[in-house]
Write a protein that binds this ligand. Sequence first.
Ligand code: ADP
Ligand code: MG
Length: 235
Amino acid sequence: MISVQHLSVSYGAVSALSDVSFVAPTGSITAVLGANGAGKTTLLRAISGLVKFREGEIFSTEVNLKGMKTEDIARLGVGHVPEGRGVIGEFTVEDNLKLGALYAKVNFVHGAAEQYEQFPVLGDRRKQFAATLSGGERQMLAMARALIAKPKVLLLDEPSLGLAPLVTSELMKTIRDLCASQHLTVILVEQNAKSALRIAHNAVVLHLGKVVASADAATVAADDQLRHYYLGLVK
Ligand SMILES: Nc1ncnc2c1ncn2[C@@H]1O[C@H](COP(=O)(O)OP(=O)(O)O)[C@@H](O)[C@H]1O
Ligand SMILES: [Mg+2]
C-alpha cells in the first residue's frame, strides 16, 4: 500500500504538486491521470525518492519514505519504471536485466528465467541490443528490469506512450495480470486515460498539481466533467 498525505513539491518557485493525498491499496491498480504538466511524473519521483519534498508524507505500508535514499526505497520493494522507459539501447536485453538484478542483489540466472517465462519475447531476444526492440518490447524490458528485483509496489510512468493501440491494449492486460498474480500495488500514470481506466481499480485525476478527483475507476470513467481535466481541455 502506498499512502500519500498532503504532499507538496516545488522546483524552485514552480509548484508541481500541491496538497496531494490519496491511497493506492495493496494488490490493486491506481491510475493517475492528468494532462501534460499535471505533476504525474513528479508524484512518482517523490514516491521513489528521486525528488525531495518538505511538505507532506509518503508511506509504503507503515514505513515513512520521507527523506529516505532512492536505493533504500527500492530495497523496500518500490520498483519504478520511468517515463521514456530508461532502457539502455547499447546493452543487450540480458545486460539490461542484469542491471536490475545487480541493484537489487538478487540471483540473476533465476530472476532472468522468471522474467523470460513472463515475457517470452525477451527470452527470444536476450542477446539482441535493446535498441533493436520494438516500443512494446522495450516497455516489457523496462518492466522486467524492475520486476526482477521482486518489488511489492510498481510505479509505471506512461507505459503506453508511443505504442500502437493494439500493443497498448496487450500491455494493459499484462499489467493487470501481473498485478493480480503477484499481488502488486501498481500506480499507473497515464495520459491515455481510456486504456488505464479499463484495467484500474481506482483513479486519481491531477490538474495543475492538485487532486481534482479520487474515486473508483468506474466512477471516474463515467464523469464527463473530469474528462476535460485529463484530456487537457481545462486550462
Ligand atoms: N526538473 C524540473 N525543474 C523545474 N520544473 C519542473 C521540473 N520537472 C517538472 N517541472 C514542472 O513541474 C510541473 C509538473 O511536471 P511533471 O511532473 O513532469 O508533469 P507530468 O508528468 O504530469 O507531465 C510542470 O509545470 C513542469 O514544467
Ligand atoms: Mg510525465
